[in-house]
Design a protein around this ligand. Sequence first.
Ligand code: GAR
Length: 204
Amino acid sequence: MNRGSRPRLGILLSGRGSNFEAIAKNVFKGSLDCDIGFVFSNKPDAPGLELARKFGLPYGTIPSAGMGRAEFDAQVASLLLGKKIDLVCLAGYMRILSGHFVSKFPNRLLNIHPSLLPAFPGLDAQYQALQHGVKLTGCTVHFVDEQLDSGPILLQAPVPVLDEDTLETLSQRILAEEHRIYTEAIAWVLEGNFRIEGRRVLRT
Ligand code: GAR
């Protein structure tokens, strides 16, 4: 992963960017030993891009209108490879990635999802959990494959669902755990002391 210099993270986001912000703050204060090499959004007006600008980090977008998924993803992959990105972190990036994109970053592509996968993949995972009536939900950091919210799991954190929870209160408590475990998972992958056996990510 590390080619003699500090590893470079690429962040892909579509919206608010609070996971990106948490990662960036950990990089700035030295708890993550890497640099953020590029912040990309498929949405030119994503608040997360404004955060990147505020932090003085390189950022950009590619307008996806009229472009098929394969072509768009190929452009994003070559943009990130051109920026010498070592590890790609999806942080609220609401697109399924093409096989071509995934193959460009083998074991170097992470996602965070606000449920204990494989429960509640897809959109509105916190709402799905409330609707289903589970007593425990949480969040998951996993390697990305071509399926939605799939791929070998690195870390999970449980969050109890309280009787008095609303969508907002539950989402907020899950988000606090997301911010914590995403950095932990990134640090683990950067250290490189893991191996993947089937779907299991094990410490070495
Ligand atoms: C986060 O809750 C993240 O887990 C979720 O989008 C939100 C983005 O928030 N991602 C998914 O649902 C992926 N399937 P953020 O922009 O504040 O980081």
